[in-house]
Design a protein around this ligand. Sequence first.
Ligand code: G3P
Length: 216
Amino acid sequence: MQFFLDTANLDQICEVRDLGLLDGVTTNPTLLAREGGDWREQASLICDAVDGPVSLEVIATTHEEMIKEAKDLVSFGENVVVKIPMIAEGLKALKELREREIKTNVTLVFSPTQALLAAKLGAAYVSPFVGRLDALSQNGMEGVDQMRTIFDNYGFNTKILVASVRHPMHVLESALIGADVITIPYSTITQLMKHPLTDSGLASFLADWETFQNQP
Ligand code: G3P
């Protein structure tokens, strides 16, 4: 399973990249706005820093405008994947973008049937938002499991990119289901590394060694 970082923050991107865990980055308008400053400059810095796909999202809501924006967004780097919202106009844009060999990530996906439409139209990625569904007492991961079955039934190449991740259990369940990619917030990457028994075990090994070294 590939690990993308769900952020527009360059420090976080470089830190996870330097750990060797970064396969790509996903951004959205909220994440870029959170960084402030010139979003074009920030997007360009992110594309340069990442050796892997970087999702940049369109703001337009008509297919003509989405295609225009997509052409601009791909100028930031060869690794840009254009995020298109899961609306009828977005679906219309997918066909033309595929013809132009522009990779797309269909975002704001909340049901397996939405994912099926995006896959039929040749999206490179679909992004099911699991955390936002969980918050409404719906099981986000159940939908991902169904998407996996549907894509395998028909041999779709579209990758399932689990998004809106809230905690390590989303990572575990995604890996068990066989999602292709998960985009993780920086805080969850940190949680994945930690276990209290690792910390107490290391402390005890080091203390025992220290005692052994100080024996008369
Ligand atoms: O980037 C898309 C998605 O991961 C956003 O998630 O945390 O805003 O629900 P969130």
